[in-house]
Every structure is written in structure tokens, then in C-alpha cells.
Design a protein around this ligand. Structure first.
Ligand code: NAP
Length: 322
């Protein structure tokens, strides 16, 4: 089969398409024929060798994908060949024509959802759910600011927050991004390129502040985020690309909390609960993953460049024959 292999850490050019043996599923595992692969920023940090946890070289990247079950290993009764699935984790990597996954890393993909959309679920939607609902504990009737709502996690957070009955504010850094965020259901949209968007958020809450902030770029925003929280407000940090200065007093005046999260820390029972909710959301149409750009598998390097550029418009995926 064809797969992207990384033999050394470095720039996007280290992502090389090669022929490798098709992996075989062991007990409790399935082999998925991958039709679409989700590209996540973390895979660029790992490829560059700058991430805290690195795989052994050589490796095939990727946790997120969607396709059909090709083969099941011993002890797997939950799936059968030809079932449509999305993956949230993989043993052998999803930047490939086939990927072995543990059965708990695979979830049913409803007929009304494309493979490209399925590839947007594993990391972005699970992260948005974990951040918004499990870590921040957002409740219906509260106001949430999705700070960075135009990308993979942000569009997911907007859908989840609307479905849960929150008042949803979202930001983007381009006119098209702002339009997209509004189309996804945000009640109010702000441009995070402007320095006064924090004041605009305060105005939109009549000076009360927001209850929850889902933060995609904490190093740029956390200091100001703490000034636009309501009493009892929570900021959940999903993304950060460097240090930031804050004034701790801004948390004291509001009894506010800053809560970090990283998806792999999710306990297995809570992860199972997240995917049960996500599959239900796909089935009932409240979750509608937005695909921004599609690349063929051979152009994984271009996809890695694209995912780090500004002007996100949903999810970037690699697609293969359907
Ligand atoms: P993505 O699709 O590339 O989207 C990036 C988002 O960040 C876009 O909406 C972008 O908006 C926005 N952004 C850019 N500048 C910003 C600013 N100054 N303030 C607020 N937002 C800004 O990436 P993603 O998959 O959604 O991931 C978002 C971040 O979360 C990444 O840093 C990623 O590494 C991290 N992440 C963390 C976890 C975890 O477990 N903690 C899991 C998944 C992702 P424009 O392009 O419109 O400017």
C-alpha cells in the first residue's frame, strides 16, 4: 500500500509517499481502508520534532481518518467488513491507504456524512467537546466565546455550543472566516485581527462578560481574555504557541479559572462518552463538519504548510478514491 513515511524530523518535505506492506490487524484491532485523512496542527509539531512526545522513526503520521472496515482481527464483533467508520487514533497511522486501529479508536460514520467530514471528527470535534463541555462545563444559557472559530476545532465548538443552547460568539482572522463562522451558527462574530475585538465582546454582553472562552491561541489572547470574563468565568486553553503575560488580579475579581487541556489525557470512559455524543450529533445533523481544503495523499507536505497558514476555513483533509 501507499503511505506517507517520515524518516527524520524536519520541514514538510520529510513527508514522503512510499510503498510499504499493508498492516494486519491483531486481536481487538481492525484494518480500515482510509478514504480521507484529517490534518491537525499537532502533526506538524511532531513532524518538526518540536513536540513533547515524539514517535520512533520512521513513522506514518495521523490519528484521524474515515473509510470502511477492510478486515477485523480476533475478538472484534462490533464491526464487520464494509462498515463505514471514522477513526480517533490509530496504531499504524492514517496518512496511508490502510490503517490498523484498536476497535475503541473506531466509530460508526452515518450514511449522511462524507468520508472527508468523518476525517474531521477524531481530534477536532473530540477536542471541542472535551474543552467546552467536560473541562469548561459550559451550560445552556451561558455565553461562550470561541476564540478562533474558523478552523477545525473552532467550527466544531460552534456547532456543539449551539446544539447545547449556549449564546455563541466566534472570532476569525479573515472576512471569509467571519462569514463562515456566522454560517456555522455563531450569534455574534468578531475579527481577532482587530485589537478592539475584546471591547466589542464586552459591549455585546452589555458589560457583563462571557462565561466561557474556548481559546485556540492563548499566547496571543490569555491576558485580555481574563478581562472579558463574567463572574465565575472559565477559560479553557486548547491551543498556545508560546508564553504570555497575565495579571492574576483579573482572575481574583471574577472568581475566574484558567483550565488547560490536552485530548490524550481524557480518561477512556469519558472518551467513549464523547464519541457516543458525536455520532449522535452526526446522525441528527447538529454536527456538520466543514471541509476547507482537500489534497491528495501524495501532497501531505502541502497540506502541512496549509494548516499552519492564517485564514482557516474549516478542516484540511487528504482524500483518496471513494
Ligand atoms: P486550525 O484549523 O489551523 O485553526 C486555527 C484557528 O486559530 C483558526 O480559527 C485561526 O483563525 C485561529 N487563530 C489564528 N490567530 C488567532 C488569534 N490571534 N486569536 C484567536 N484565534 C486565532 O487548527 P485547529 O485544528 O482548529 O487547532 C487550533 C489550535 O488548537 C492549534 O494550536 C492546535 O495545535 C490546538 N489543538 C489542541 C488540542 C488539545 O488537545 N489541546 C487538540 C487539537 C488542537 P484564522 O485562521 O481565521 O485567523
Amino acid at each position: 500500500m501507499k503511505a506517507i513515511r517520515v524518516k527524520e524530523f524536519g520541514g514538510p518535505a520529510v513527508l514522503q509517499l512510499q510503498d510499504v506492506p499493508t498492516p494486519q490487524p491483531g486481536p481487538g484491532e481492525v484494518l480500515v481502508r482510509i478514504h480521507a485523512t484529517g490534518i491537525n496542527p499537532v502533526e506538524t509539531y511532531i513532524r518538526a520534532g518540536t513536540y513533547a512526545r515524539l514517535p520512533e522513526l520512521p513513522y506514518t503520521p495521523g490519528n484521524d481518518g474515515a473509510g470502511v472496515i477492510e478486515q477485523v482481527g480476533a475478538d472484534v464483533s462490533e464491526f464487520k467488513p464494509a462498515d463505514r467508520v471514522y477513526t480517533a487514533g490509530s496504531v499504524t497511522g492514517t496518512y496511508a491507504e490502510f490503517a490498523v486501529c484498536k476497535k475503541e479508536q473506531v466509530h460508526p460514520l452515518p450514511e449522511n456524512v462524507s468520508f472527508a467530514q468523518g476525517a474531521a471528527m477524531g481530534t477536532p470535534y473530540a477536542t471541542a467537546y472535551r474543552g467546552l463541555l467536560q473541562r469548561a462545563g459550559a451550560e445552556p444559557g451561558e455565553t461562550v466565546l470561541v476564540h478562533g472559530a474558523s478552523g477545525g476545532v473552532g467550527t466544531a465548538a460552534v456547532h456543539l455550543a449551539r446544539a447545547r443552547g449556549l449564546r455563541v460568539f466566534g472570532t476569525a482572522g479573515s472576512d471569509e472566516g467571519c462569514k463562515l463562522v456566522r454560517e456555522q451558527g455563531a450569534h455574534e462574530v468578531f475579527d481577532h485581527r482587530t485589537t478592539d475585538h475584546f471591547d466589542q465582546v464586552m459591549k455585546a454582553t452589555a458589560g457583563r462578560g462571557v462565561d466561557v472562552i474556548v481559546e485556540m491561541l492563548a499566547n496571543a489572547n490569555l491576558g485580555k481574555d481574563l478581562t472579558i470574563l463574567a463572574k465565575g468565568g472559565r477559560v479553557v486553553i486548547i491551543g498556545s504557541r508560546g508564553p504570555v503575560e497575565i495579571n492574576p488580579r483579573d482572575t481574583m475579581q471574577r472568581d475566574a479559572e484558567v483550565r488547560g487541556m490536552i485530548l490524550p489525557n481524557t480518561p477512556p470512559a469519558q472518551m467513549a462518552s464523547i464519541h457516543a455524543a458525536l455520532v449522535a450529533g452526526l446522525e441528527n445533523g447538529t454536527l456538520r463538519p466543514v471541509i476547507g481544503k482537500e489534497f491528495p495523499l501524495a501532497e501531505a507536505a502541502q497540506a502541512h504548510q496549509a494548516v499552519m497558514e492564517p485564514g482557516a476555513l474549516g478542516k484540511i483533509v487528504l482524500v483518496q478514491g471513494k
